[in-house]
Design a protein around this ligand. Structure first.
Ligand SMILES: Nc1ncnc2c1ncn2[C@@H]1O[C@H](COP(=O)(O)OP(=O)(O)OP(=O)(O)O)[C@@H](O)[C@H]1O
Length: 371
């Protein structure tokens, strides 16, 4: 959907911001650009909507060379979200979101109706539409920024560190919101961040850049974490690569059994069979439980298995009703398998817990299968 072919950008002051970049970004997927400061992520992003013009090479969106299109028209057809939202301070939130539809000549009434629907979609109450940007929190402003970028229903969304300026809790909420929206909308998204955890969480593919505008590796998160192309990428991913890999594997294949009876810990349920706490048989002291669903990650399960006084992870269905418990050993065992599968290129998300082949021959077969 978005293709870079031998793209080079050299600014008039002699700085090479992007060096010979060739990259395909899949339609309906999230491609995340990561890398240290000044390595050309923003310049690459801004060349897609012609806010920066390439010095050489070709960029195509939907098969069309961006340089063959009118720049203003192109920009209106591509949503753009930046850090601190970049909202117009003297326009209400509703009018901020309605900006592009109005420019496209939709008429005030239709533009405002669409804007109001979008505010709801990004989780903002209708009355927020009457406020001005400075009357919103940072996280709320970012939601407005996302709504504004989506207003004309563009197939492509460019997001330049959109959640960089909010605290970690709000950031996680905004990431969740974006993942939820993306499930509904399937936009082609290019997302710039400094945060590798954010990249792993949001990306279908992650492109790692290094100084001088060089693309070092572009791969799916699991592949990148399991097989970084070189030391630079490995360093960038950090020492906890193995744990990050576990965040990509869900709990669905991990066995569960009935909650224990008669041991030193008893699982307390409410009237609807929703888990509430672990109760110590001797003292009666209760420790709250944080039950997990099948879609939760193995990393959360490892964390819970360590935190649980009974050494058991409590599992629930989509309604929060108890389905069973899983032992610390089972979680650890599955974590080892998931890690080995990632190293051999076998799929890990929701896959059956078969041990992965460990031999060099097995590695070759798995890689051929994955390609
Ligand atoms: N208009 C410009 N004129 C000259 N040099 C520029 C210009 N814009 C960016 N650069 C330089 O190009 C290089 C790449 O910048 P860019 O903003 O693309 O990096 P980045 O990876 O997005 O950085 P950051 O993570 O800090 O935002 C940097 O060395 C930067 O100083």
């Amino acid at each position: 959907m978005i293709q870079f072919e031998a793209v080079h950008k050299r600014f008039p002051n002699g700085t090479t911001a992007v060096h010979d970049l060739s990259l395909d970004m899949p339609e309906g997927g999230v491609t995340v650009f990561v890398g240290s400061s000044g390595c050309g992520k923003t310049t690459s992003l801004r060349m897609i909507n012609r806010m920066v013009e390439p010095s050489s090479g070709t960029i195509r969106v939907g098969g069309r060379d961006v340089l063959d299109q009118d720049a203003a028209e192109l920009r209106r057809s591509i949503g753009y979200v930046i850090q601190q939202a970049g909202l117009f301070p003297h326009r209400t939130v509703l009018d901020n979101v309605a900006t592009v539809p109005l420019l496209l000549g939709w008429g005030r009434k239709k533009a405002r109706t669409v804007a109001a629907e979008l505010l709801e979609r990004v989780g903002l109450a209708p009355e927020m539409g009457k406020r001005y940007p400075h009357q919103l929190s940072g996280g709320q402003q970012q939601r407005v920024g996302v709504a504004r970028a989506l207003a004309a229903d563009p197939p492509v969304l460019l997001m330049d560190e959109p959640f960089g300026a909010v605290d970690p809790v709000v950031r996680t909420q905004l990431q969740d919101e974006l993942l939820r929206l993306q499930q509904e909308l399937s936009k082609t998204i290019v997302f710039v961040t400094h945060d590798i955890d954010e990249a792993v969480r949001l990306g279908d593919r992650i492109a790692v850049f290094r100084e001088g505008g060089h693309l070092v590796q572009c791969a799916a998160p699991a592949e990148l974490l399991a097989r970084p192309a070189d030391e630079f990428v490995a360093d960038f991913l950090g020492a906890e690569r193995g744990l990050k890999l576990l965040s990509l594997t869900d709990l669905s294949g991990v066995p569960q059994g009935p909650a224990p009876e008669g041991g030193s810990w008893e699982l307390v349920l409410d009237a609807g069979r929703k888990p509430v706490a672990w109760k110590a048989k001797d003292s009666g002291a209760e420790t709250p439980v944080r039950p997990l669903r099948d879609a939760d990650s193995l990393l959360s399960a490892l964390n819970e298995s360590v935190a649980s006084p009974a050494g058991l992870v409590v599992r629930v269905d989509a309604d929060g009703v108890l389905t069973g418990v899983t032992s610390r050993d089972d979680i650890h065992g599955r974590a080892g398998v998931a890690h080995a599968q990632a190293l051999t290129g076998a799929p890990s998300r929701g896959s059956a817990p078969d041990p992965a082949p460990q031999s060099p021959e097995g590695l070759e077969v798995a890689e051929a299968d994955a390609s």
